[in-house]
Design a protein. Sequence first.
Length: 297
Amino acid sequence: MKTSQHIGFLMVISGTALWGVSGPMIQWLFQNSSLTSSKFLIVRLLLAGIITLTLLYLTKKNIFGVWKHPSHWVQLIIFGVLGMLGAQYAFIETIRVSNAVTAMLFQFLGPVLITIYITIQTKKLPTIIQLLAVVAALVGTFFLITNGSVENIVFSKKAIILGLLTTLGFTFYTLHPRALIKEWGTVIIVGWGMLIGGIALLIYSEGFSAVHLTHTLTFNTLLILFLVIISGTLSFILYIGSLKYLSATETSLLSSIEPLVAAVVSIIWLNESFGMYQLLGGLLITAAVVLLSMHNE
């Protein structure tokens, strides 16, 4: 294996592990503080957006070019509000009402939904591998929600709806900005998306005060909040950076460890327990994503 590939593997595994750990940390925040999803996301999106755009600016990237084209900035605002904020809000709320692993697995269903959407849009019959992946994902979702019995649904109706909205949100988040990303690059678009989403939520959430927030949270809670923001931002930068050394398929396959990392951390740190069929469901959903990644290569 070449040195560049070693660097790529290290970057994507580190980035994925950081993102996998951030989910349980968010769950801990909700369990040990009065922090709401809105307040958390305002802080997370604004700081992550500012950090990302500042790093780009310092490395001489043209971060303001996208705003010189009206059609582009309209699409960017739509992405920031509906894509970035919409997907993140549904994801965070899913963590709050269920747990981090479940939220990540619903997020992982995104590539499966994208496959179904593209199949319908192009009017082409899915391949055998695509069909197997869709079936595996559907069966996995059933096991995840019911733990193998329709009479014993594990989660509330609200958690299931939010989980499905998470899947829809991340599907839109992936599909909508494709033209913008092709023109301006992933990091610039996502950086602005985070900042726009944070500003939109700040405007909508009347009475938010960063000073008041810091006074109501303990030192440990503030430390975890800081680590969540840094780990989330760093994980994204590492994942995108790994594409310089690895193919998209390799990064997608390696990122499949994300739910596993979240599960291990949740079991050890948060004392979460999962039923046998729920674990099987998680494996089936992950297998579906792996199948699609290999097929797309």
